[in-house]
Design a protein around this ligand. Sequence first.
Ligand SMILES: [Zn+2]
Ligand SMILES: [Zn+2]
Length: 150
Amino acid sequence: MSYTTEDRKAKSLAAVKVRTCHQCGREVRCNDGAFKVHLLWCKPEVAVARFWKSVDKRGPDECWPWTAQLRWDGYGRFVVMRKPQWAHRYSWELHNGRPIPKGAEVMHSCHNPACVNPKHLSLGTHKENMEEAKRLGRWLESLAIAKGQA
Ligand SMILES: [Zn+2]
Ligand SMILES: [Zn+2]
């Protein structure tokens, strides 16, 4: 830890105030700059509009791929209020109007991690998800064998 970062931290802490945001009604503890950023993003409709801007919305039964940032394994990433979220999980919450229960995972019936079509998303446990992935892996393997690639 260098002296300068400590110094900067102390300075920004001094500027921190608690204010009630008139948009979301939450108490926000931050400095002026961060509060401006908060006002930009705290409106739920702003986040939702931003979310759909990154979705390639196709037919109701087709996959809706996430067109913004993807993780190495293909899952879409979406940042709301500086907190990174999984795009498919966010989509499930938007569609169902409630948070994902603790410990639950959002599974894809289409096996397309980048897909955010709520029709293809269902809740499951981590164990179920792992078993599903194994099943899919075996299926892909058998396909490769059939094609003579293995
Ligand atoms: Zn707010
Ligand atoms: Zn899909």
